[in-house]
Design a protein around this ligand. Structure first.
Ligand code: ADP
Length: 527
């Protein structure tokens, strides 16, 4: 419509910068949207709006950010994306917040440190009925299935660097005998206040040989990484129900789920919970950076009783296009992500101002920046005073900086800003801001109601958030049979959302969730 036309026109001046020339998909999507690619010959050092890289940015890069520049990673998110840090953080949360909500990650040990503890656990299990406990060993800093093996017998545990040992979920849900996991795409729009979106599409990644606990060494049967399975002998073969290749779109998986006797709402809500609860482990310690956004890949395994388990969180989920499912899912994902970043006219105005390429703008104040004060990597949000001030940065200040050949860093800009004392009006505005429930296929899953919005507005009140999550989840837990309770809850939720509580933001399982599923209806009729 006219909106997207205006956006394309506005976007003509936006510049993206890719580290190491990739990912190609990001380039393709941004070029199609009318962006320009950064080129050190044509552009000044600071002349870009988005810098995308697969690896981490340095603290200097965060510190020197200019108001119009955005990065595709928040600082210090390694606390959930490195396997051993994630284990430690979840363990800490379990200890302080209890294990009733934090029960979604398989028991894990970090070796070599936890070796004795692991032995004790192993011994315990051996003495109890669970003789058949299986373990999976993963190097802490590798990805794509590299270096992973599964074992049952202690003598098979061999490692030569830091690894994590995790209870192997040995009864995964199978599709025609094949194991799979879900790749859930999560965008953290902001950590302060915590604002989280989950993409409705996503990928289901299959193993390419039938699941078989008697062949633990056959990685094609036990691991679901594409990088492994695409090298397997059955990758291209047509596999019962799964088809050729090793991926489904989430949409296809939803159709599969509808043929199962499962409380779907509860399943999706538990996945939402996993995402929120995992992010809560680091949210209070992530430094404030209003110019950052991040796309995480959460890997979730569903077991035979439909319980979702978190396997790991990926820092830079692969954006390569290997197969049809990738084409369908990833391109729309990147495009929705750019929409979610909400580039506005001021992003390009500032840029033109800096390079002096747009004389029509003339002297005068820049449009009011929407961005917050500079990133201080040593301070976290909860001990930092965030003043929602109105400010202006005068054109004169720019000229002075430029004439003295001083690089206009974010700190400099803010320190030379004419600040206005925060008025009730500006503070009020900030508090009233409710992030959209949906942008493209990104659905806001946090905050999900007024109480969680309030609990995350200033200092993050983790306890309150946990209470609200528990309350919501309880509404979905069946008191009676799965079928009736899931139908009743859908109706209750519908009523609630009509009454103004934005519970519909939690439905990311279905595009336009019907409140009574056709399959359920049919079953009831035939009952
Ligand atoms: P990587 O970063 O190397 O991909 P993951 O933790 O994602 O490491 O593990 C790779 C694959 O191994 C997963 O996609 C999944 O198929 C399988 N896997 C990992 N952990 C478990 C587990 N605890 N139980 C069952 N399968 C697992």
């Amino acid at each position: 419509g006219s909106d997207s036309g205006a956006q394309r026109h506005m976007a003509a001046a936006l510049v993206f910068r890719l580290h190491d020339r990739g990912p190609e998909l990001v380039r393709e999507v941004l070029l199609e949207r009318g962006w320009e690619e950064y080129d050190s010959q044509d552009h000044e050092d600071q002349d870009w709006n988005l810098y995308w890289r697969g690896s981490t940015f340095s603290s200097l890069e965060y510190r020197n950010l200019l108001p119009w520049q955005r990065l595709n990673h928040h600082p210090k998110t390694v606390g959930i994306t490195r396997k051993d840090f994630l284990v430690r953080n979840l363990r800490r949360m379990r200890a302080t917040c209890g294990s009733s909500l934090y029960d979604f990650s398989p028991t894990a040990f970090i070796l070599p440190n936890d070796y004795t503890r692991f032995l004790a656990e192993h011994e315990n299990l051996h003495l109890s009925r669970e003789r058949s406990a299986y373990w999976i060993c993963k190097p802490v800093d590798l990805s794509r299935g590299r270096g992973i093996f599964i074992f049952q017998d202690l003598k098979d545990l061999v490692y030569d660097g830091p690894v994590i040992l995790q209870r192997y979920i040995s009864d995964p849900l199978l599709v025609s005998g094949y194991k799979f996991d879900l790749r859930i795409y999560v965008c953290v729009k902001s950590f302060h206040p915590l604002t989280v979106y989950i993409h409705q599409e996503g990928l289901v990644r299959f193993a390419t040989e039938k699941y078989d606990l008697s062949s633990l060494r056959n990685l094609y049967a036990h691991l679901t990484n594409t990088s492994i399975n695409k090298l397997g002998p059955f990758y291209t073969a047509y596999k019962e129900r799964v088809g050729p290749g090793c991926k489904w779109t989430m949409n296809r998986f939803r159709h599969f789920l509808q043929s199962q006797d499962v409380n779907e709402l509860l399943l999706w809500q538990r996945i939402n919970n996993i995402v929120t609860l995992t992010l809560l482990t680091i949210a209070p310690s992530v430094p404030l950076c209003a110019n950052c956004v991040e796309l995480f890949g959460f890997d979730v395994l569903i077991d035979g009783r439909f319980k979702p388990w978190l396997l790991e969180v990926n820092y830079s989920p692969a954006l390569t296009l290997d197969c049809q499912a990738d084409f369908v899912v990833k391109k729309a994902l990147v495009s929705d992500l750019i929409d979610l970043m909400n580039y506005s006219a001021s992003d390009s105005l500032r840029q033109r101002k800096m390079t002096g390429t747009d004389q029509r703008l003339g002297p005068g104040p820049l449009p009011r920046p929407r961005l917050l004060p500079p990133v201080d990597l040593n301070r976290t949000h909860n001990d930092q005073q965030v003043r929602p001030v109105g400010y202006r940065f005068s054109h004169r200040s720019w000229r002075v900086l430029k004439s003295q050949n001083i690089k206009p860093t974010l700190s400099l800009i803010y320190s030379s800003m004419e600040t206005e004392a925060p008025s009730d009006r500006t503070t009020g505005l900030r508090e009233q801001h409710v992030p959209p429930v949906r942008v493209g296929d990104f659905i806001r899953t946090f905050p999900f109601n007024r109480a969680t919005r309030k609990a995350s507005q200033h200092t993050l009140d983790v306890k309150k958030v946990l209470q609200e999550l528990q309350r919501l989840t309880n509404q979905l837990v069946p008191g009676q049979s799965e079928k009736t309770s899931s139908r009743r809850t859908e109706e209750e939720l519908k009523k609630k959302s009509e009454g103004g509580e934005k519970f519909e933001s939690l439905f990311w399982g279905l595009k336009d969730p019907p409140f009574i599923r056709p399959s359920l209806k049919r079953k009831e009729n035939s009952d």
